[in-house]
Each structure stands twice: as C-alpha cells, then as structure tokens.
Ligand binder design. Structure first.
Ligand code: GLU
Length: 322
C-alpha cells in the first residue's frame, strides 16, 4: 500500500480501517460537539465512521460510515469549485488565498482588510463565494447547484438537507450576518444578505454519510475521476488549487497542526466530518461529532493520523522502508 501507483490491497485496508476505528474510540477524550448550532449540540461523541474511496472506484468503510451527518463547512469545497468554474480567477478579486490565523468565524481581520476575506474556507470568505454564485444563479439556484453537483458526483440523489439544522444555523447566525454586512459595507457583497445566508446555511446543512462524502470527494483526486480530471485539464487544475487551499486553510486555525499530523489536504466541518484527499490515490471521509479546541473532529483527526501513518499516505513523500 505504500506505493501510490500499486493496486491498493482492499482486504488489508479493510482490516486496518476496522482496527483504527477501534483504537481511536478507545482514546479517552472524544471532544465536545459544536455548541454553535443549537440542533447539533447534543450529537453523540462516541460515534466514529471512516470511508475510503479509491482511485479504482472501490470503497472501504468502517464504524458509522453509513450514518448521515451535517457536512457544514465541508460544503465550502463544493461551492468553491462551482464558483471557480463559473468565474475563474476573477473570484480572487473578492477573496484571498492566505491562512487566517484567526478562528473561522472571526470578524476582526475582515475590517482590517476592508471586507476582503483571507480565504474561501473561513466564514466571511465562504459567504462571499456564495454571494458570487448568487450573482450568477440567485439564492435558490445556488443551493440547487451545490445539490446537483453533489448528486452528480455520487451518481445518486439519496441525500438531503436537514431543515432543522439550517434553521438553527440561520437563527444563531448573527456573526455570519455581521461579516456579510462588513463585506457589503466595503462593496464586496452584492446580494441581499438574508438570501445569501439562507443559501449558505442550506448548503452547510446537507447530510451525507462518510461513504457518500468520500465518493463525492473524488473530483479532487485527479486520477480516478473520469469526467472532471482525466478529460478536462482545467478541472484538474482547479482541483489542484483547491487542494492547496485545503492544505493551508482547511482546518480553521488548526491547519498547521493537521498538516503536521496527517500530511494531507483536507476540509473539516463543525458537524465533525473531515474530507481528506490523497492525490491520485484516494478520497477519505471521517466523521465523529466531538471537536477539539480548533473545531476539528478530535477522533476523526486521530483516525486519519493513524491511517496515514500506517499506509504511508502523505503529500510530503513516502518513507523508505529499506
Ligand atoms: N454553518 C456553520 C457556520 O457558519 C459552519 C461552520 C463550520 O463548519 O465551520 O457557523
């Protein structure tokens, strides 16, 4: 399994995934569910799922891999892809590509940079990306576009939006509205804030299982994703750029620690999910609702750390065995 070009040994990987789920669940600290979204506050932190979708189209899954969960900020990867596809480099006139060094929902930096968010994965940046999509297709069109894109990647539409979670996020979204207002004040927000907020909370409230999310992540794998990457170099180029942002900005204020421990580009959400990509090799989804102090899934990160160490998957190279 160490040579990325070799066929992945699925039986060995299955055994490993089962062992990792068990080992991670034995860890004494399971973290704390997000307290920021009322409807997710009581999520069971003793649950853990993992699914690996391989370049060859196989899936290896363990634990709660079939339980649907709220993808939250992982949806920012899908909306970013759609915005880049629609706008190309023009998008970077409205949002940057630098890690923030502040929590994902911090407003301070936005004032300093006159409504220009640091990157598309912190909330002010994601809201501007959704606003840019709303310029093209309107609020309901934005939600539909994200849903259609995910359905296309999955090859099925057996998933939905949790209305209770969306409403809860919208009702408690004072800070998000304030960030949108700040960007609007500086001319970097075009649409009605409530319309954009609604589209944003709805894409965040999409529910997928680990098995589905790993499959949906295949557009970022480059090799192994026929429609987007192999036949369309532009899509592959976009994927590579999105991966670079996931590496530097994908885990909120814990992106450096995550890169050190896991070594893969990834995007987390406060619902406890993480999508991690091994370029040209695999798309991995983990979920456990207990978060660490940076808002990343505690057991999910641990499970990815154990996996990548054992199979020697890292964008920073392979460890020689002899
Ligand atoms: N909908 C959440 C919010 O805007 C997403 C947070 C996250 O997963 O980072 O607060």
């Amino acid at each position: 399994m160490t040579d990325n070009r070799k066929r992945i040994d699925l039986d060995a990987l299955q055994e490993l995934v089962d062992a990792i789920v068990e080992e991670a669940l034995a860890y004494p600290d399971h973290g704390k569910a997000t307290q920021k979204i009322e409807a997710l506050k009581d999520a069971d932190v003793d649950r853990l799922g993992m699914a690996i979708f391989t370049r060859d189209g196989d899936t290896v899954a363990g634990g709660d891999a079939d339980a649907p969960f709220s993808i939250q900020s992982i949806s920012k990867v899908f909306s970013l892809e759609l915005a880049l596809e629609a706008l190309g480099d023009k998008l970077w006139k409205r949002v940057g590509r630098e890690p923030s060094g502040d929590p994902y929902n911090s407003i301070m930096d936005l004032e300093r940079h006159e409504g220009y968010p640091r990157n598309p994965f912190i909330n002010p940046g994601a809201l501007v990306v959704v606003d840019a999509l709303c310029d093209q297709v309107g609020g309901e069109g934005e939600t539909r576009a994200v849903i259609d894109f995910v359905a296309r990647l999955l090859g099925e539409d057996d998933f939905g939006i949790n209305d209770t979670v969306a409403r809860s996020d919208e009702e408690g979204g004072h800070l998000n509205r304030a960030m949108a207002s700040m960007s609007k004040h500086f001319g970097n927000f075009h649409n009605d804030i409530d319309i954009v907020m609604k589209a944003y909370v709805r894409q965040c409230a999409i529910e997928l299982s680990c098995r589905q999310l790993a499959r949906a992540g295949r557009f970022l794998m480059l090799e192994g994703h026929d429609a987007a990457a192999q036949r369309d170099p532009q899509a592959a180029r976009r994927a590579r750029r999105i991966l670079s942002l996931m590496m530097t900005c994908g885990q909120y204020d814990g992106s450096g620690d995550f890169a050190y421990r896991v070594g893969l580009p990834a995007k987390s959400g406060v619902g406890g999910g993480i999508l991690a990509i091994v370029p040209n090799t695999a798309s991995i989804a983990v979920w456990s609702p207990g978060l660490d102090r940076n808002g990343n899934s505690l057991l999910g990160t641990l499970a990815l750390e154990l996996l990548t160490d054992k199979v020697d998957w890292s964008v920073f190279g392979e460890i020689p065995t002899r």
